[in-house]
Write a protein of this length. Structure first.
Length: 370
């Protein structure tokens, strides 16, 4: 065998691969269940799926053989109307994950620092390390609240360029107060607010519009707000996200963005979703209602201590037994929940909110295992 042509960068040794959710087909074969016989409550997907208009749009897709619009103009125009923000401030991406990476590609020089508040979404640290940045942590309190004094200390001593904040947070579903958000906006850094779950907030209006900060981007040169179609619109498999960005950042993002990043199926599905808001909003309302029913049921399981949530999932502390074993035992009954190996979460499981029948199957399985 010939010698390898060169050594890969040492920084790659510092990166742990992101652990994704395994697909239906793999899990069903391993567990011995048909895919439709699994109750999937592990990835925060929308159990009601795509809207009728979206399904029709995909069935009637006319130009899959033609490259998509590299600027996603039709989608950005529709999003501008939906969010009440200027079209020029919006960029669409292959999921919000692509936009996270683009922000760091544009903003970071080697060894620039990025502040995160774990436990939180794992892609923030992943993308920072890929882009040669340093991850600085201001860990949350034991009840998953932001430690604001610690954040301020880290900003003063470490001088990070970027702060990532999921609002509401993943994996616990907490929502920072308006006063906390104002303090963060006043910091000398770029605040990237990830609103992947804002549509599910109890006081956010029909689809999160009362609580979203996306309309504030025009007023703050240091604010980026990211959103996604994956959760509320059921498009997780089609990868469509978007964000609102300050005007000084947009030219750099356009320079480095892949030209055909949002495919034609994803674009048409997102456009159809925006034309079927009543149907989707009704499903979001159902999931909010089911969240409260699921939370009440989980409080009655002796080994679980659930946290109140403003999202479509509920994090539970597992007491008196192994959280990893509980996840495994539930999977053997055809019920899939999320388990983490990361610091602060090894005694927790996260349960996505499903339909009433999903809640009933989960609770029955938990009672049998208690």
């Amino acid at each position: 065998m010939k010698d390898i042509p060169f050594q890969l960068p040492e920084r790659l040794d510092l990166i742990s691969p992101y652990t994704p959710i395994e697909p239906y087909e793999v899990l069903s074969e391993r567990l011995g269940f048909a895919p439709d016989d699994l109750t999937k409550m592990d990835a925060n997907e929308n159990p009601y799926g795509i809207s009728p208009k979206t399904r029709q749009a995909l069935a009637e897709l006319r130009y899959p053989h033609i490259y998509p619009d590299p600027e996603s103009r039709a989608l950005r125009s529709a999003l501008a109307a939906f969010c009440n923000v200027p079209m020029d401030s919006i960029m669409a991406g292959s999921g919000a994950d692509e936009l996270l990476d683009l922000i760091l590609r544009a903003c970071l020089k080697p060894d620039d620092k990025v502040l995160i508040c774990p436990p939180t979404f794992g892609m923030y640290s992943f993308d920072t390390l890929i882009n040669s940045g340093q991850v600085i942590e201001a860990r949350r309190t034991d009840d998953f609240q932001l430690d604001l004094p610690l954040i301020l200390q880290k900003v003063e001593t470490e001088k990070p360029k970027v702060l990532f904040l999921t609002r509401p947070n993943n994996p616990d579903g907490s929502l920072p107060s308006p006063e906390t958000m104002q303090t963060l906006l006043d910091l000398p850094l770029l605040l990237v607010v990830d609103e992947a779950y804002i549509e599910f907030t109890a006081d956010g209006g029909r689809l999160g519009e009362k609580l979203s900060l996306i309309r504030e981007v025009e007023n703050h040169q240091n604010l980026v707000v990211l959103r996604t179609f994956s959760k509320w619109a059921g498009l997780a498999g089609l990868r469509v996200g978007y964000g609102a960005f300050p005007s000084w950042l947009m030219p750099a993002l356009w320079k480095i963005k892949q030209p055909y990043n949002v495919n034609v199926a994803g674009t048409q599905a997102a456009l159809a979703s925006l034309s079927d808001l009543n149907w989707l909003a009704q499903n979001v309302a159902c999931l909010r209602e089911e969240r409260e029913r699921l939370f009440a049921a989980l409080t009655k399981i002796p080994c679980l201590r659930p946290w109140p949530s403003q999202t479509n999932f509920i994090l539970c502390r597992v007491v008196g037994r192994s959280a990893a074993d509980l996840k495994k035992n539930l999977a053997q009954k055809g019920v899939l929940v999320r388990y983490y190996t990361s610091k602060g979460l090894t005694d927790c499981i996260r349960v996505s909110v499903g339909r009433p029948q999903d809640t009933e199957r989960l609770i029955k399985a938990l009672e049998e295992l208690s």
